[in-house]
Design a protein around this ligand. Structure first.
Ligand SMILES: [Zn+2]
Ligand SMILES: [Zn+2]
Length: 217
């Protein structure tokens, strides 16, 4: 049996908010792959602890205390991903799951050591960081989804959706990762986009193109 910790709930709520999703208990059940009754029981505890507020329409929101806990875990998650990638050379598309397990074991002392070694910048190997969490914040900085990019204009990949391992491996195989330069050549009738990626031309499905944030370069 998988135990889902209080931290996992808080992080999942923060992540879902960042993805621009309305968080209700069904969202959490789906994201954490657990039953609705389990979510209901956990929310009751989190409410009692002052970590979340549940609105009358069922929407779940983090309190400032809940947000603080969630952001600390997310910060540690990014540090662990960077440690695995930068110090141990683990491929960028493999580090997320490993960090999901290790993040809970990080003490304040170890967190400080990691920051000393890796630096303060909070950008993980997938290009994600606490400063640019929501779609609105990303758009304010001039980023757009690859699915909305203009034809024939050079862009650089800033970040990718990291909670789907198969998708990350697919991106890796197509030569797409944070930092990759690409341009949309055409939008096709089957909903795919034709992309010039470095020296290759590939076709990417619309759903995959919605998982990549780019910036004009
Ligand atoms: Zn991750
Ligand atoms: Zn990441």
């Amino acid at each position: 049996m998988i135990t889902v910790s209080k931290e996992d709930y808080l992080k999942a709520i923060a992540e879902a908010e960042a993805e621009g999703e309305t968080v209700i208990s069904a969202t959490l059940a789906h994201w954490l792959a657990i039953t609705r009754p389990a979510v209901t029981a956990a929310l009751k505890r989190l409410k009692k602890d002052g970590m979340v507020a549940v609105k009358s329409d069922g929407r779940i929101q983090l309190t400032s205390q809940g947000r603080q806990v969630a952001e600390q875990i997310i910060f540690r998650h990014h540090l662990i991903e960077r440690m695995l990638s930068e110090i141990f050379g683990m491929p960028w598309y493999e580090v997320h799951e490993e960090a999901e397990r290790l993040e809970h074991a990080v003490s304040l002392a170890f967190e400080k050591k990691l920051v000393e070694r890796l630096g303060e910048k909070d950008v993980c190997p997938h290009g994600n960081g606490l400063a640019l969490r929501s779609p609105a914040e990303r758009r304010k900085k001039g980023l757009c989804l690859l699915s909305e990019a203009e034809n024939g204009v050079p862009y650089r990949v800033v970040s990718v959706y990291e909670r789907d391992r198969k998708l990350l491996e697919f991106f890796e195989n197509e030569g797409i990762r944070p930092g990759t330069r690409l341009a949309v050549q055409a939008r096709n009738y089957d909903g795919t986009v034709s992309l010039a990626v470095e020296k290759n031309t590939i076709r990417l499905g619309g759903a995959a193109a919605e998982k990549i944030w780019v910036l004009k370069s």
